[in-house]
Design a protein around this ligand. Structure first.
Ligand SMILES: Nc1ncnc2c1ncn2[C@@H]1O[C@H](COP(=O)(O)OP(=O)(O)OP(=O)(O)O)[C@@H](O)[C@H]1O
Ligand SMILES: [Mg+2]
Length: 412
């Protein structure tokens, strides 16, 4: 199969030398049973390449499983990968097969392999070297025949130097390195990809086609694309769905591109809301707090003037409405120094009544790190609608750490 056939078959767009080179490496390594370590920034296409390798191998009729090592809590990862025996730990009511057992004869894609704990790395090395593994809680050595394709968007060699990743495993996995270039290093592909995604999404959402002006095309190509192809795809989708204009100028396009992460052109845009420095962000936080204060004051005045009844809540007072929602969302937290109690009447026709009960003691701002932490985590999860990966990225911690904290802080 030549490179163009592979592109057609796997829906890969682009013709840059670096992309072609990566496809060529994948094509050559696929039919061997060699482990492959795919490196590349987030959203650059690592998972796509893992499928190419599996599909072009003799294992193509065998199973394929993608495992995100960063998303599995440290305490269960061995059991997920290698299985466990009944009663091997609290909650292990049944024996369970691990992925290495299930995928026997196929390929396992270990995404974010750099996140594996050291103990699991040792088990992985063993299965790579000899095909042997042991279920958690068992002493029986079992055999499996699994090809491992691993991926990482962090520099695993850095982790080796810091003692967080086993050097022997690194070399074992990295027999053939496959580097997926970031989108900004294959600029000639950017517009092609955009056209393809726009065509797909305008088709999917039955929206009219979209054209870019010359300056918009330039902006698209000069942008840094920190989230790579995935980000480009998301933006094409947003434009296909949300944008009223069908001829997209640079000015319109700019609104869709987060500029704080930088474009490779020096283009500080006057009045661009996105172009925040750290100080700007602090100002924004203060400004938002001030706005909250003003809203709160308005609310108090409103309450004093009108008293509280259901109508104020339902129609007239967005502030009260919001406050009511906030109180419900934050039950048990001292978010505001008063508790809004709602008494529902059994008789449905009567309006429910609302009491404000001021807390007896003055509530001081909590300076507890734990409170702050759980607050930030909740906010991040809310912002990304529960998507832990994105929330963890924003919080600057690994997905597993986030998972653990959610558990420790009882945030479920
Ligand atoms: N060359 C390409 N042509 C078309 N679509 C692509 C190309 N590269 C990537 N994509 C698409 O971009 C998206 C992101 O790709 P993928 O999930 O493989 O990235 P990734 O490197 O695994 O990202 P992450 O590190 O965040 O897991 C997918 O929807 C994929 O189909
Ligand atoms: Mg991926």
């Amino acid at each position: 199969m030549d490179i163009q056939d592979i592109k057609n078959r796997f829906g890969i767009i682009g013709n840059s030398p670096l992309l072609n080179r990566a496809i060529d490496v994948a094509r050559q390594v696929a039919p061997t049973d060699i482990s492959v370590l795919i490196t590349g920034e987030s959203g650059s296409g690592k998972e796509v390449f893992s499928h190419i390798i599996h599909q072009l191998s003799a294992r193509k009729h065998g199973p394929f499983i993608a495992v995100n090592c960063g998303a599995i809590p440290e305490g269960t990862i061995d059991s997920e990968l290698f299985g466990h025996e009944k009663g091997s730990f609290t909650g292990a009511h049944e024996a369970r097969k691990g992925y290495f057992e299930v995928v026997n004869g196929g390929t396992i894609f270990l995404d974010e392999v750099g996140e594996l704990p050291l103990g699991t790395q040792a088990r992985l090395l063993r299965v790579l070297e000899s095909g042997e593994y042991i279920r958690v809680g068992s002493s029986k050595v079992q055999k499996t025949n699994v090809r491992v394709v691993a991926a990482t968007n962090v520099d695993v060699y850095e982790a080796v130097k810091k003692g967080k990743f086993r050097e022997d495993l690194y070399y074992r996995l990295n027999t053939v390195p496959l580097r997926i270039p970031p989108l900004r290093d294959r600029k000639e592909d950017i517009y092609l990809l955009f056209r393809k995604f726009i065509a797909d999404f305008t088709d999917k959402y039955r929206s009219p086609n979209v054209q870019l002006t010359d300056d918009a095309q330039q902006l698209l190509v000069s942008y840094n694309w920190p989230g790579n192809v995935r980000q480009l795809k998301n933006i094409a989708e947003q434009i296909a769905v949300l944008e009223k204009e069908r001829l997209i100028t640079a000015q319109i396009l700019r609104q869709y591109l987060p500029m704080d992460q930088g474009s490779s052109l020096p283009m500080r845009v006057e009045g661009s809301k996105e172009d925040f420095s750290e100080r700007d962000i602090l100002y924004k936080v203060l400004f938002d707090m001030k706005k909250d204060m003003v809203d709160l004051k308005k609310l108090v005045v409103e309450l004093l003037q009108n008293g509280i009844n259901a109508n104020t809540i339902n129609d007239n007072s967005p502030y009260l409405n919001q406050l009511y929602q906030d109180v419900n969302a934050n039950r048990g937290e001292s978010m505001i120094p008063a508790t809004l109690t709602i008494h529902h009447n059994k008789d449905e026709k009567k309006e429910p009544s609302y009491d404000f009960v001021p807390h007896e003691e003055e509530v001081e701002e909590s300076l507890s790190l734990i409170d702050r932490e759980s607050d930030l985590i909740k906010k991040a999860l809310k912002k990304y609608k529960g998507k832990r990966k994105l929330a963890a990225q924003e919080l600057g911690i690994s997905e597993r750490t986030l998972y653990r904290k959610i558990k420790d802080l009882n945030l479920n």
